[in-house]
Design a protein around this ligand. Structure first.
Ligand code: ZN
Ligand code: ZN
Length: 152
């Protein structure tokens, strides 16, 4: 068995490592049980913690994304260039999206804004970069996603 660096007790932004769970997959990635500042318990791959790919259970993105969506809902005004800014044709965009899909299971998840589970996809948070960081993205249903993109 590969040697596992025990991260128990360590803090990574909002996450505190509670315990080692097991190694998974062909490359024996170590998984840890972590407690988020908001109280949620999640399982995170050790390398994602060390590289700061994940800094919360998702509540960080939710807080920022919801603020933007709420602002949009209250303003009623159509902000932006007039159409949802889908970036699906950009190479970098799709590579990050497949990374998110590979590493973060969307099963049993709901829109982080309205709790709907229809056509979920990750939206990039305002002012964040397309990098391999789960917390730069909010998981939204199609309708929230369109509203969100319009407001960027
Ligand atoms: Zn959290
Ligand atoms: Zn939604």
């Amino acid at each position: 068995m590969a040697k596992v660096k025990d991260l128990t007790g360590k803090k990574f932004k909002r996450l505190t490592v509670i315990s080692f769970i097991e190694t998974r997959g062909k490359s024996s990635h170590a998984y840890f049980k972590c407690k988020c500042k908001c109280g949620n318990i999640i399982e995170v791959r050790g390398s994602h913690l060390k590289e700061n790919n994940i800094v919360s259970c998702g509540c960080y993105a939710k807080e920022i994304g919801s603020k933007i969506l709420t602002k949009y809902a209250n303003s009623k005004k159509h902000i932006g260039k007039g159409n949802p800014q889908w970036k699906g044709d950009k190479a970098k965009y799709s590579s990050i999206h497949s990374w998110l899909k590979r590493h973060f299971n969307k099963d049993n998840m709901v829109c982080q804004h309205c709790n709907n589970n229809k056509k979920l996809d990750f939206a990039l948070l305002k002012n964040k970069k397309y990098i391999h960081n789960r917390d730069n993205f909010i998981l939204l249903c199609r309708s929230c996603h369109i509203k969100y993109d319009r407001n960027l």
